[in-house]
Ligand binder design. Structure first.
Ligand SMILES: Nc1ncnc2c1ncn2[C@@H]1O[C@H](COP(=O)(O)OP(=O)(O)OP(=O)(O)O)[C@@H](O)[C@H]1O
Length: 256
């Protein structure tokens, strides 16, 4: 386990998650620092999405505690929990936009849930968010089926940013994008993190993202964090999975 971080934005302690008799997370501990982009990696099926969904409350845990912004999510009341939820945004795997809603309606979805503002103000915020993620205003009236994969990711990011969050969860944001599209997306996330002071929890398989966008990396294996640190720490690790991942053929291609 990596050393504890003072006043982390997310503090996960001894989390255990099980489906039937299959234990996916097994006493996992993790801290996420304020203002960092944490890249969360690990073998396919290790439980990266499960941890993300457990932190945001979509998957029940068997044991352990989760604090976000210093609030223990189990002992908080409904209004405290809503206050925490209002301060995070989520980009789910595959973008997960509502297919029957336009881009504008998708981006306004969290606003309707959490804000009490006029339609006109919501429309103004929507246009600002579209510009923020590099999309033209006319995209607002399109449906998800009329967008490219890269545009869908950008709209999903705009939706995640709709409530001006302090923290965003990105679950494989560059999956399905070509290398140029993925590189552009990483750069966008980096720029937004710097300009908005965001903390970013990013599940990824993309080595380029780890090198170009992430400040720190945490690796999941056998239900626990097996390593956490900088890219240099990962490269120096003797753990077999890390050696394969950071020194294998794909890594050599990324490193040139
Ligand atoms: N709701 C569920 N019910 C039963 N099993 C589940 C459920 N959600 C996830 N799992 C199982 O938990 C394990 C971890 O899944 P998860 O999607 O978190 O992996 P991952 O590390 O994100 O993988 P990938 O990198 O391939 O996306 C898998 O074996 C999956 O089948």
């Amino acid at each position: 386990m990596a050393p504890e971080i003072p006043n982390p934005i997310i503090r996960v302690r001894d989390i255990t998650v099980q489906f039937g008799s299959t234990r996916v997370l097994d006493g996992l501990n993790l801290d996420v620092k304020r203002g960092e982009i944490l890249g969360f990696v690990g073998p396919s099926g290790a439980g990266k999405s499960v941890l993300t969904r457990t932190i945001i409350g979509l998957v029940p845990k068997l044991a352990g505690s989760i604090e976000v912004f210093g609030v223990d999510l189990d002992s908080s009341n409904t209004s405290q929990r809503r206050n925490v939820e209002r301060r995070w945004g989520v980009l789910f795997q595959q973008g997960a936009l509502f297919s029957s809603l336009t881009v504008r309606q998708n981006i306004q979805f969290p606003m309707r849930e959490y804000l009490r503002v006029s339609q006109r103000l919501m429309d103004e915020i929507t246009m600002a968010k579209l510009a923020m993620v590099g999309l033209k205003p006319e995209v607002a009236e399109r449906f998800p089926s009329e967008l490219s994969g890269g545009m869908i990711k950008r709209v999903a990011l705009a939706r995640a940013l709709s409530l001006d969050p302090d923290l965003v969860f990105l679950d494989e944001p560059t999956s399905g994008l070509d290398p140029i599209g993925a590189g552009d997306f990483d750069e966008l996330v980096r720029t937004l993190q710097r300009t908005l002071g965001l903390t970013v929890f990013m599940v990824t398989h993309d080595l380029d993202s780890l090198y170009t966008a992430c400040d720190r990396i945490a690796v999941l294996g056998n239900g626990k964090i097996i390593a956490a640190g900088s890219i240099a720490d990962m490269q120096a690790s003797q753990h077999p999975w890390l050696r394969q991942y950071f020194h294998g053929k794909r890594a050599r291609a990324v490193m040139g």
